[in-house]
Design a protein around this ligand. Sequence first.
Ligand SMILES: Nc1ncnc2c1ncn2[C@@H]1O[C@H](COP(=O)(O)OP(=O)(O)O)[C@@H](O)[C@H]1O
Ligand SMILES: O=c1ccn([C@@H]2O[C@H](COP(=O)(O)OP(=O)(O)O)[C@@H](O)[C@H]2O)c(=O)[nH]1
Length: 236
Amino acid sequence: MDIKYKRILLKLSGESLMGEKQYGIDEKRLNEYAEQIKEIAGLGIEIGIVIGGGNIFRGLSGAAKGFDRVKGDQMGMLATVINSLALSSALDSLGQKAHVFTATNMFPIGEHYSKWKAIDAMKRGEIAIISGGTGNPYFTTDTGSALRGIEIEADVMLKGTRVDGIYTADPEKDKTAVKFDKISYDEIYTRGLKVMDLTATTLCKENRLPIIVFDMDTNGNLKKVLTGENIGTLVY
Ligand SMILES: Nc1ncnc2c1ncn2[C@@H]1O[C@H](COP(=O)(O)OP(=O)(O)O)[C@@H](O)[C@H]1O
Ligand SMILES: O=c1ccn([C@@H]2O[C@H](COP(=O)(O)OP(=O)(O)O)[C@@H](O)[C@H]2O)c(=O)[nH]1
């Protein structure tokens, strides 16, 4: 089997973890994600993971309800830690070792992140789940995952989400939107596409980290992306 990438940074949407629920973590979805991750770990791929927190708390919506923005963002970052602990626990129960890192020191909840400790964990065959975003407010999990992807020298950032790629417009709102097989970083700016924030796109562009946006909610898709099947959208 031809594996396209040796080391990856997988970004999972917090919102997708809700599955059919309105809030929080859907155990079925969580376990499906863990199964898919275990499957590709079995191929010998080194895996770093960053999970969002939108299923629990988002700083911006908190600010709209009157929370201080910085505190709201800190709550959002803590939400990503909760999701990361849940994923590591689901992986553990499948017999797949995982190691949770946190952007700020929260020992013993996780180990304080450093590039080298994360790479060591991946080399030992553990999944490095890197939580807490960038540790700073006014950033997103997409930016955190671009940053960690570059730091750990990943070959690609895989953005697993609930749409199957990048479209000419938000496909959840515009049924006439057309999907791209690939798209340049610059075209994301010029077309004003909202699939990823511009800070994340810029970080990836400046550091030449390719991105693949794909539908993570269909079982088997993660493996398909890694074996070079033409699903999702490649950003180059
Ligand atoms: N041009 C576009 N192509 C694809 N998805 C888009 C586009 N514009 C906006 N989106 C939205 O981006 C979302 C994917 O981003 P993601 O970070 O996973 O979501 P969230 O921030 O809600 O967790 C999709 O659910 C989709 O509705
Ligand atoms: O570096 C970071 C990463 C995340 N967040 C906060 O964490 C929340 C949850 O992350 P995000 O919305 O990106 O999650 P997702 O959309 O992937 O569920 C965001 O709304 C921000 O408030 C932050 O402040 N700094």
